[in-house]
Design a protein around this ligand. Structure first.
Ligand SMILES: Nc1ncnc2c1ncn2[C@@H]1O[C@H](COP(=O)(O)OP(=O)(O)O)[C@@H](O)[C@H]1O
Ligand SMILES: [Mg+2]
Length: 241
């Protein structure tokens, strides 16, 4: 990594090995995301995508290597990282099903600069659902709410884990351009774990394919859109042609 990249990265994972109970699930991971950039993190089930995100927010402490965000090392206390603007949207969405949309949003509010109005401008559909209990929303609407809640915490680095889990591709198709707009409007660094490869590559700036806890392929999204077969190969752990 060059000095210039180091200076401008919002999130920087450097040679990280991390896992569970002393067993590595990701090895020698390197990730760098600049403000306003979307990195798509791709790979089959069990490849280490969620583990990578958990390490980035400080929920897992690396066995070796380091994670830095916004110019300083990631703390062991997740809340501290969240306060600094490093926010994870987990794949279970982290919404409260028994509460209304309005109450879910109220709980997420902090003294951040991102107002509820600005947030709802990104998710206009939520305006008409404010009094609905979250458990009655569609999967796509719940995902909108999860993203809106995250946005209210004023993130500078946003990590989104498999928002398409259980969603129809059409719902994902609607949400991804919103994430692109959020990255652009707020100069936010976003790491997006996604199973829909083409949709992810259509809005990302860069992409990585993980396989068995290692980076099998890493390039610009434009490059990978042109070389889809290399993405498929990396999914199976095959070397790029
Ligand atoms: N809590 C856990 N305890 C032990 N092993 C885990 C745990 N969570 C994930 N793993 C293992 O770590 C590896 C990577 O998992 P994960 O990061 O969840 O993959 P992905 O998100 O790409 O599907 C898998 O082999 C998985 O079984
Ligand atoms: Mg996962």
């Amino acid at each position: 990594m060059t000095v210039t990249e180091t200076a401008t990265a919002a999130l920087e994972v450097d040679g990280v090995t991390a896992g569970y109970g002393g067993v590595p699930a990701i090895r020698d991971m390197n990730v760098s995301v600049r403000p306003g950039e979307i990195l798509a993190l791709l790979g089959p089930n069990g490849a280490g995508k969620t583990t990578t995100l958990l390490t980035c927010v400080g929920a897992l402490v690396p066995m070796s290597g380091s994670v830095r965000a916004l110019g300083s090392p990631i703390d062991k206390r997740i809340e501290r990282n969240a306060r600094r603007g490093v926010t994870l949207v987990p794949d279970n969405r982290g919404v409260f099903h028994k509460l209304t949309v309005a109450d879910n949003l109220r709980l997420a509010r902090r003294k951040g600069r991102t107002s509820l109005d600005t947030t709802l401008d990104h998710f206009p559909k939520l305006r008409s659902l404010m009094n609905r209990r979250c458990g009655l929303l569609s999967g796509g609407e719940q995902q909108m709410l999860a993203l809106a809640k995250a946005l209210l915490t004023d993130p500078k680095v946003l990590l989104v884990d498999e928002m398409s889990l259980g969603l129809a591709p059409i719902a994902v198709q609607g949400l991804l351009p919103t994430l692109r707009a959020i990255a652009d409007d707020h100069n936010m660094a976003i790491v997006l774990v996604e199973q829909h490869i083409d949709l992810a590559l259509s809005i990302a700036d860069s992409a990585m394919v993980l396989h068995h806890g290692r980076v099998a392929l890493s390039s610009s999204a434009a490059d990978l859109r042109q070389n889809r077969e290399s993405v498929e190969a990396a999914y199976f752990g095959l070397p790029a042609k």
